[in-house]
Design a protein around this ligand. Structure first.
Ligand code: SF4
Length: 360
């Protein structure tokens, strides 16, 4: 039985008053214009007394210790554990959402845990986590809370990871990413039509976020595309996406193609056939991308890291479980090729466990 927590009225950033008395939220491209009492599309930002507030500051839908590979991040301290949490709401409306019970939460009945930034950072340290991840729902909509958690984590030498759809404005990206160490950004498809009809959003701002991360920050980031049969997995779309990826992000940004399972409002589709993931990986690799992975399936080839220099397997993976490790620091132990990312001398020993924890 979950005991709900009260909503917060934490002062929000990124908004401006309009001449007609409404407040415009400039955090994400929806630019919601809110009269007193109204909430935005994400549900968690609200005009209260002519000031914008974040109603989920300090509130969480629960904490878990996960392997970092689950985010998924394959080049950010592999094998280490990450303390993961989310809040409620989302600024996209994906029909295929795989976390809809959290992202679509309209009441605060899922927000069982209250936790200050300092509590989260100390818990991560106590639990032996290398990082804290803002995940399950999009941290963009609880940016003020995520930033404060990131600041508290930095004080203790804990990294932070944003798992996000990258649906942000030019105004909000710098203030948010200045505090993050890593990100996994969903590239949900490669057409405006797909974003419009299946996500109630737009593709262009997501591409802008990816270019921003690559060219204007030092944030380590990887990209994930959930392949949905018949929706975003055509050869033509994958070719186009791979060309864009190669030209704009370069060969070293890892890309994960993950398997869809029917969920939320998309129950009429079947699961992604593993062959589709392998084909997508082949197309992306044919454009010169060095680190392309398949995910949510058992595929030892597609989940392992291979040396772009000599072709040897450097990190063996099966889903989230690591096997052979042939890196020396961040270099191939066979030919010395430098592998992009953040690596320690040895992999972490988190294993595949996902362990729920209570901080209160
Ligand atoms: S963050 Fe929320 S309130 Fe702000 S523009 Fe986006 S959906 Fe609207």
């Amino acid at each position: 039985m979950v005991t709900p927590v009260a909503q917060s009225d934490y002062p929000a950033k990124w908004w401006t008053p309009l001449p007609d008395g409404r407040l415009e939220c400039r955090l994400c491209p929806r630019l919601c214009k809110l009269r007193s009492g109204q909430r935005g599309f994400c549900f968690v930002r609200q005009n209260i007394g002519d000031r914008m507030v974040l109603t989920t500051y300090g509130r969480s839908s629960g904490f878990c210790v996960d392997p970092i590979e689950k985010k998924p991040l394959n080049h950010f301290y592999p094998g280490t554990s990450v303390l993961s949490f989310g809040t409620a709401g989302c600024n996209l409306g994906c029909r295929f959402c795989q976390n809809w019970d959290i992202s679509k939460a309209r009441e605060f009945d899922r927000l069982a845990d209250e936790a200050s930034p300092e509590t989260i950072a100390t818990a991560a340290q106590r639990l032996g986590c290398k990082s804290v991840a803002f995940t399950y729902n999009d941290p963009v909509i609880f940016a003020e809370y995520a930033i404060d958690v990131a600041k508290a984590c930095r004080e203790l030498g804990i990294a932070t990871v944003a798992v996000t759809a990258g649906y942000m404005t030019d105004d909000s990206r710098p203030g948010f990413y200045r505090h993050m160490d890593a990100a996994n950004v969903d590239l949900k498809g490669f057409s405006e039509e797909f974003y419009r009809h299946q996500c109630y959003g737009e593709l262009a701002p997501v591409l802008d976020t990816l270019k921003y991360l690559r060219h204007q920050t030092k944030v380590w980031f990887e990209v994930t595309t959930l392949l949905i049969p018949g929706e975003n997995d055509s050869e033509a779309e994958l070719e186009k996406a791979s060309d864009w990826f190669s030209a704009n992000l370069g060969p070293d940004v890892p890309w994960h193609f993950t398997a869809f399972h029917p969920d939320y409002k998309m129950l009429d589709k079947s699961c992604t056939p593993p062959g589709k993931l392998t084909r997508a990986r082949e197309i992306a690799r044919s454009k010169g991308l060095r680190y392309v992975y398949t995910g949510n399936v058992h595929d030892a080839d597609g989940s392992s890291t291979w040396c772009p220099g000599c072709g040897q397997r450097l990190i063996e993976r099966d889903w989230y479980v690591l096997g052979e490790w042939k890196l020396k620091g961040n270099r191939c132990s066979f030919c010395g090729f430098e592998i992009a990312g953040h690596f320690e001398e040895k992999p972490g020993n988190c294993g595949a466990r996902c362990l729920p924890v209570c901080l209160s």
